[in-house]
Design a protein around this ligand. Structure first.
Ligand code: SF4
Length: 120
């Protein structure tokens, strides 16, 4: 048996959670999660951690030189570094609109990188 102590990041409350895994790394108990989202976060975090990525991409021809972006879903935590390399390699043309798809299916995850602000 192994125990993992986490702070839930699924909402600002930050509940402390203890997850117990058996010798096969299967979750056998979750304590401290006060809602279903926290329980799911804890189980995912110890088996296949996921993160939403926020960043900026370069913009040409606009009133600003970068635009804020985020993934429209969570991607595996171990892909964050490679995803940033892809994002940093992209330059998009203004105008940029909220929810424009900047990078489709980043790293084959099925998740898109989308703009979160307007750049005229
Ligand atoms: S367990 Fe639920 S209430 Fe607590 S931080 Fe996580 S999401 Fe928020």
């Amino acid at each position: 048996m192994t125990e993992r102590n986490l702070i839930c990041i699924a909402c600002p409350r930050g509940c402390p959670i203890k997850v117990t895994l058996d010798d096969n790394k299967e979750v056998v108990n979750v304590e401290g999660a006060t809602c279903k989202n926290g329980d799911k976060y804890a189980r995912d975090e110890v088996t296949h951690p996921l993160r939403n990525l926020t960043s900026t991409v370069k913009v040409s021809g606009g009133i600003a030189t970068v635009a804020p972006v985020r993934t429209n879903g969570d991607i595996p935590k171990e892909l964050l570094f490679d995803a940033m390399k892809v994002i940093n390699s992209v330059t998009i043309e203004a105008p940029v609109h909220v929810n424009d798809i900047v990078i489709k299916d980043i790293l084959g995850t099925g998740i898109d990188v989308i703009a979160t602000n307007e750049i005229a």
